[in-house]
Design a protein around this ligand. Structure first.
Ligand SMILES: *Cc1c(COP(=O)(O)O)cnc(C)c1O
Length: 201
């Protein structure tokens, strides 16, 4: 299981403190902040991009992100693939599945993801590494479990369907409030901010 320390809104000093304690994997959700921190902080940090990414901001993120966790539209996926082609890079991505109850949450539905993976070979500059999801923001454990169960079952289904996609193995679910549940559903990546850095300003 990989821990992504979500450092968004927190200053470099806080990141350095976690770095000195041994943490090397950090996540940010705003391109400008991501890009600035990448320049200013140690070069052996593995940076994950976890937020909504607009196609006009790709160059702030794609050169530096070891994983873009939050590809949530066909348009973005196409643009990332094109950027990769133009820059001679293969970009590691997770496809974000919409699982939470909130209408505002980003993400694909299952059919979209199936459709993309059936055409995966045509995305020559994308490496499909798995799924990301955010459970409903609620105190109701049963609702959170239902969301995690849905994405976890879908992940298993995809792995059975596409055994040849060996890189497609990461399941990024679980945040400060629900990571302990996410582990029960096969999380391979958890994204934790508040529980590490405290509340965001
Ligand atoms: C902010 C954020 C997190 C971390 O949330 P916490 O509740 O502070 O742990 C995880 N994932 C995404 C996509 C986020 O935007």
């Amino acid at each position: 299981m990989k821990l992504v320390a979500v450092s968004k809104f927190h200053p470099n000093e806080d990141i350095i403190e976690a770095y000195d304690a041994g943490q090397r994997r950090f996540g940010e959700n705003r391109p400008q902040e991501f890009c600035k921190k990448v320049q200013e902080l140690p070069k052996d940090i593995e940076w994950h991009f976890i937020g909504h990414l607009q196609t006009n901001k790709l160059k702030m993120v794609l050169p530096y992100a070891s994983l873009v966790q939050s590809v949530d539209t066909q348009h973005l996926l196409d643009a990332v693939n094109e950027w990769g082609r133009d820059n001679g890079k293969v970009i590691n991505v997770l496809l974000e599945l919409h699982i939470g109850a909130e209408e505002t949450k980003q993400g694909f539905v299952e059919e979209d993801i199936l459709d993309i993976l059936f055409r995966a070979e045509s995305y020559r500059n994308i490496r499909f590494c798995g799924l990301m999801g955010m459970a409903t923001h609620t105190d109701c454990e049963e609702d959170i479990r239902a969301d995690f169960c849905r994405i976890s079952s879908f992940m298993d289904y995809l792995k059975d369907l596409f055994p040849e996609y060996e890189d497609f193995k990461e399941l990024s679910i679980g945040m400060s409030e629900d990571w302990h549940l996410a582990l029960e559903y096969g999380a391979t990546i958890v994204r934790i901010g508040t529980a590490i850095f405290g509340p965001r300003a």
